[in-house]
Every structure is written in structure tokens, then in C-alpha cells.
Design a protein around this ligand. Structure first.
Ligand code: ZN
Length: 402
């Protein structure tokens, strides 16, 4: 009656935000890659293909809803220089920062980019991730942005990983535009976006709205071009200052606004009305040793769902541990464990528009699950290290880690 039944487990279904949606002594039945039973162990008929999980905990697979996973090179040297007192601005002025990653990414072959990205993904998978958003934004020309998006497409098609491919052409102004951001925005809207969309490489469009990047007016232009192609939008906003990005994003009913340390209550009300998700990124906050906390209480008060992501990138968040990020969300941003885990499951799915297929353990959802050696779901936020992920279930297939 089922393709596979997983028994003798405790499920944190994440359907209920009060108590992780816990079902003790549960079973999960899978048919054609979908969950077709979740409930008490005693309620499921015995059958042949049963996998006994020996009292392990099962959560929805974690979803990393904001990453820059495709790139070449390393910025460990800049990390060291910053610790010796050089500022981020000095390093950028001497050819470092995002543009050093752009040079390395432009020079890398398709296969090298794909292999480096896949190696990074394996670390995330080993800690429970199956479902990821991957941004372009280190190519900044048509050929190189396409190369990045094609690498993300290969992860989806060759390994079957749910991937949202996000075009982030508006990440920085490339050197050939000599600081002329308006001319580069025209190039994004008139050349890159239509060509990459025609090749079916884009699932969503993002931009970096900040004094050191693009203005709200420039973002509006890009979002208008995305809207014409029926592509959903999202925004890096209010990370270092408040430039009005989130209010612009809300006018376009964006999927999410991300970072948000410097956002304000008017913008948060607009997010609630536009049913947006707030994506919080404690890894970048940690690496930059920021002081301004995102207004978590205002998101709670206005009912804006909070998602959490690694923001994996070589400059400001070279983190490949989703569990470390869960801990940072609690220790740095004061989220509760249930909020943090919802932030990497149910609300991360919502941030990608995937809430009907992933993010909770429920009948009809894709059978992507993580199996943990823990005694309660809160343990995932509590401990650093220890490799608690025992196995991943992907599309109903059981992949144990030895
Ligand atoms: Zn980012």
C-alpha cells in the first residue's frame, strides 16, 4: 500500500508553531515520493518495505532559502587582512571584495564551478539540507551569469535537489561600467534578464539595495522588468542602512526581504500586507560583527513569518553549517528554537514559494526528511558540532550516513 514505511520514530512535523508539531512514536508512509501517511505508529498497517528508525527524530529536510553557493576562489586572505585592521572599504578599493570573486568566477570553467558548488552542497546535505536557493551575482555579464545559473540547474537536474535559481545581476556594478550603476541597470533589464529568462535559467530575481550597491529607484526598474517576464522578486535590504528597499519590494509583492537589520515598522506592516517573508541571516551579522539587531519583536507583532538561512558566500558568511546558523539565530537574534527551526523548514519554504510541497511533514508533501540522533528538536539549536544528522530521506529514498 506504501512504497516505504518509516517506523519507530518521533516526528517534529513543524505543522504547529507552538510545539514543533511533535508526534511521538510515529510512522511515515511514502508513495511515489510523497508523504501519504503521518501519524501514530500503531495506526499504520504492517507491510513489507519497512525501515525501523530506532527511536530517531525526523524533521522536514532543512531548506537553505538564501545562498550564494556558486563561485570560484576564496576570500580567506581578506578575512585575515580585516583582522589585521584593514577596512572592508580599503580592501574593496584595492580590488578585493565582491569584485575579486567576480574575477575568479569569470575565469572558472563550467565544470570547476559545478564541482566546487556541489562540494559545498554536500556539507549542507550532511547537516540536513535538501532544498536550496542559489543566486548568481558573481558573473555580472551575460556569459558569466549564465554560467552560474547553469551550474545551479545541473545541481537540480543531475542530483535531483530542489533548487530555486535566483538571478542577482544587481549585486555590484562590474568594473567595465566604471561605477555607472544606471547604465548597468539598463544592461540588466534590456540584455541579461530577457536572455537568461529565454534560456529558462531564472526562477526569481533579486537585487542588493544599499548605499554601496543599488538604490530603491534602480531596484524598482529591475523589478518592473522581472514582472514583465512574470518572475517573482526578492531583495537584499536594510543590511547596513535603511534605503527604503523593503517598501519597494512590498509594492511588487516580493517573496521575501532579506537581512533587515535596519528596517522600520512601516516597512514591516507593508511586508505583512504583501504576505512577504522576512529572511534573517545571522551568519553575515556574525562575520561583520554587526551591532544592530533585526527587529524580531516587530516581525512577531505584525505576523511576518521569519525564515533563517546560511547566506553562504565567500565574503561575509563562508558558513556551510545550517545547524550553526540555527544556533546563531537563537543566541544572536534571540529566536526561540521552534522559531529558528520553523525558519529553516516551513518559513524557508514560504520564502521560496514552495509551501505547498515542502517545509512540513504532512500528507501530500514531498518526502524530503532529515533523520536526527537527538532527544528533542530543540537540541538542533543547542549544540554546535556533533554531527547529529543520521540520515536523509530524499523523495522517499533512505540515505544513511555511516
Ligand atoms: Zn546574500
Amino acid at each position: 500500500m506504501f512504497d516505504t514505511v518509516f517506523t519507530n520514530l518521533h516526528a517534529a512535523t513543524m505543522r504547529d508553531s507552538a510545539d514543533f508539531g511533535i508526534i511521538n512514536n510515529a510512522a511515515i508512509g511514502v508513495t511515489d515520493g510523497k508523504i501519504t501517511y503521518i501519524g501514530p505508529d500503531a495506526g499504520i498497517a504492517t507491510q513489507d518495505n519497512v525501515i525501523d528508525l530506532d527511536g530517531a527524530w525526523v524533521t522536514p529536510a532543512l531548506i537553505d532559502c538564501h545562498t550564494h553557493l556558486v563561485y570560484a576562489g576564496s576570500r580567506a586572505d581578506e578575512f585575515e587582512r580585516r583582522l589585521q585592521g584593514e577596512s572592508y572599504a580599503d580592501i574593496a578599493a584595492s580590488g578585493g571584495g565582491i569584485l575579486s570573486t567576480v574575477r575568479a568566477t569569470r575565469a572558472a570553467s563550467d565544470d570547476a564551478l559545478y564541482e566546487q558548488m556541489t562540494a559545498r552542497f554536500t556539507h549542507l546535505f550532511r547537516e540536513g539540507v535538501f532544498g536550496i536557493e542559489i543566486k548568481s551575482g558573481y558573473g555580472l555579464d551575460l556569459a558569466s551569469e549564465g554560467k552560474m545559473l547553469r551550474a545551479a540547474t545541473r545541481l537540480r537536474d543531475e542530483l535531483g535537489v530542489p533548487v530555486q535559481r535566483t538571478f542577482l545581476g544587481a549585486h555590484a556594478v562590474p568594473p567595465e561600467f566604471n561605477g555607472n550603476a544606471d547604465a548597468y541597470v539598463d544592461y540588466i533589464c534590456d540584455i541579461m534578464l530577457p536572455a537568461l529568462a529565454a534560456e529558462n535559467l531564472i526562477d526569481a530575481v533579486d537585487a542588493f539595495c544599499e548605499k554601496i550597491a543599488f538604490s530603491a529607484q534602480q531596484v524598482e526598474k529591475i523589478f518592473t522588468a522581472a514582472q514583465k517576464l512574470s518572475l517573482p522578486v526578492k531583495l537584499h535590504a536594510e543590511q547596513l542602512s535603511d534605503c527604503g528597499g523593503t517598501e519597494t519590494a512590498a509594492r511588487f509583492c516580493a517573496l521575501s526581504s532579506d537581512h533587515l537589520e535596519y528596517t522600520n515598522e512601516t516597512a514591516i506592516k507593508a511586508m505583512a500586507e504583501a504576505q512577504m517573508t522576512a529572511v534573517l541571516l545571522p551568519g553575515a551579522f556574525y562575520y561583520l560583527r554587526e551591532k544592530q539587531l533585526p527587529p524580531v519583536d516587530l516581525f512577531r507583532r505584525h505576523g511576518v513569518p521569519m525564515a533563517i538561512a546560511t547566506d553562504h558566500n565567500p565574503g561575509t558568511s563562508p558558513i556551510l553549517s545550517p545547524l550553526a546558523i540555527l544556533n546563531m539565530a537563537c543566541t544572536l537574534f534571540r529566536l526561540t528554537p521552534v522559531e529558528a527551526i520553523a525558519g529553516m523548514t516551513r518559513n524557508a519554504a514560504k520564502a521560496l514559494g514552495w509551501q505547498k510541497r515542502m517545509g512540513t511533514i504532512d500528507t501530500g508533501m514531498d518526502a524530503h526528511l532529515a533523520v536526527w540522533n537527538i532527544s528533542h528538536p530543540r537540541d538542533l539549536c543547542y549544540t554546535l558540532g556533533g554531527r547529529p544528522c543520521r540520515a536523509m530521506i530524499t523523495g522517499g529514498l533512505y540515505n544513511p550516513f555511516e
